[in-house]
Write a protein that binds this ligand. Sequence first.
Ligand code: AMP
Ligand code: GLY
Length: 631
Amino acid sequence: MKKIAVLISNIGTGTNLQAIIDGVKSGQITASIVAVISDTPDAKGLERAKKYKLPIEVVSKKENLLPLLKKLDPDYVCLAGWKQIILDSVIDAFPNRILNTHPGLIPDSMDGVVKNPDETEALWNKGKMTDKAVRNFLETKATYAGCTNHFLSLEFDFGPVLGRCFEKIKKGDTIESLYKRLKVKENKLYVDVLAKLVLSKTVMVIDGGGRGAALVDKYAQSKKVSRILVVPGNDLMQVNTKKPVITYQNLKTTSIPEILKICQKEKVDLVDVAQDNAVEAGLVDRLAEIGINVFGPTRKAGQIEWDKAWARKFMVKYQIPTPKFHAFNSTKEGIDFVKKYPDSKWFVKASGLAEGKGAIPASTINEAITAIEQMQKFGKSGETYLLEEWLIGEEFSAFALSDGKEFKMVGFAQDHKRVNDGDQGENTGGMGCVSNPLIIDKNIRKQTENIFIKVIDGLKEEGRPYKGVLYLGGIVVEGKVFIIEFNARWGDPEAEAVLPSIQNNLFDLANTINLGGLKKLKIRIDKKVRVVIAATAKGYPVDYKSVRGKKVLGIDKVKETGVKIYGSGIKKVDSGYTVNGGRVLYIVGEGKNVIEARERAYKAMRLISIEGNNLHYRTDIGWRDLERIKR
Ligand code: AMP
Ligand code: GLY
């Protein structure tokens, strides 16, 4: 049960305190009042508190409030007539957790305005309290009075708005008559806001890129989720929602002690670990150890991604179709080996995580030797490496949710890894993708499903039940699916295409899976096709240093079109946004088919530019499906 502390004083009559007490007693507010705190012992409200046997604290000096609140550790602090100054250190220690009621209409932004129900401009009443505020409504001949419930922020009489109410001013109203009616509404608003708030949830997403942004967007759509924390996140995470999104960009996804501390301090209700390094570092395990609800695979289950040599052996053991492979631990062993097969073509792969750069194609023996020599530059990740038979075929990605026992497939996509049109140029982290690709027919779907059965059962058998999202990277060779890789997470940019198709509340979905209830769960997926295009800095992935810091233009225009935009290597500055990484942002177009989805995505992409003509994107995302349609 959530805990609340109510702060009062000897001004006012304590009606808000009474309303909160009544709300708790009646069960409308599912929380307990851990203290009624007053700045003087003669506050009227203390008598009410005594009557209901609520714990009482008197804090006569403002400096003493923070230590007391830290000791009580309430989820929410409700100001109900408190008149002492709240020090900035208290607001800093309880961000978005101190509620206040203000007798005026606070806008959403400093330069915003609130409209009354009759469309006239409402009064903010900044700096005015109690009857002075009411007098102002009357003296300015306002048509409505009103009040706002909001979180306290460092800005005076401002902060995230939780609710507003309006009261029509009647002919002949006096301060007393108007105040009386407004009070009733104010009390009700406080209770309604608190009732909702104590049920509302905080989610933390572990990722910094477009995939994280898509997760934030999806979690924010849940009515139960009131705010989202992202480690590290980026400056465009807020773009798709009004709910507060708080990023921790000074942290890494592997900053485990710091992440644990934030989860405890912010009372996080669910952590979604969506990034590979964090899985390898054991973030899921460590969160679970301290009792935090976490969605994602343990380090042992995630070995299927972070140890490719182990993963290949696992696939052989459980008869999952894999290209032929050989694992080596020294440069010499590998070179001696390839010399025995001078006509073979290989994929040389670091066994560990390498930010998607660990697989090098080698079509000649010399290329193979060079690639093997390069494995050292991946450090520990390249100490063991694989030589894999180079399969020629068409690739796809498939995604399943699993609770360790059961799994459900949630979508397919097709990534475009090369930097230029026509699949030319360097390999990248992904230049775009299309969901529901046409390569997925009944036969491929069935084979994919059978592979998921084997991998989920196999991991269970090995004592590493897989909980979370499993990514199957497949390649179709003459009608047969082989595994390129498994990843212990959503793909990026595939997440940006597949997540929006899920119609369930993601917060509920993750919790049901965590409780082992996937079997009975009906996952609803829409039938739309989505096309994701990456907007990158010119020169990516080789050298784009000179583009860093250049302005990114057109984001607001895209927002106006309603097309989704997910940020990645992007930073907010005073005048707008600037480039802060190779893959800057993603645009997601949707439609009934690939033609419609592409049209929407490219139309929106044409609104984006990077200062100095430094924007690059592929113009042929989805080309395979377009060709299939033409045929
Ligand atoms: P990975 O680092 O395993 O994600 O591999 C990156 C990309 O290299 C894949 O998406 C494939 O396009 C390609 N690739 C990796 N392994 C093979 C293989 N054995 N045969 C053909 N292509 C491969
Ligand atoms: N889209 C490729 C990956 O996420 O690894």
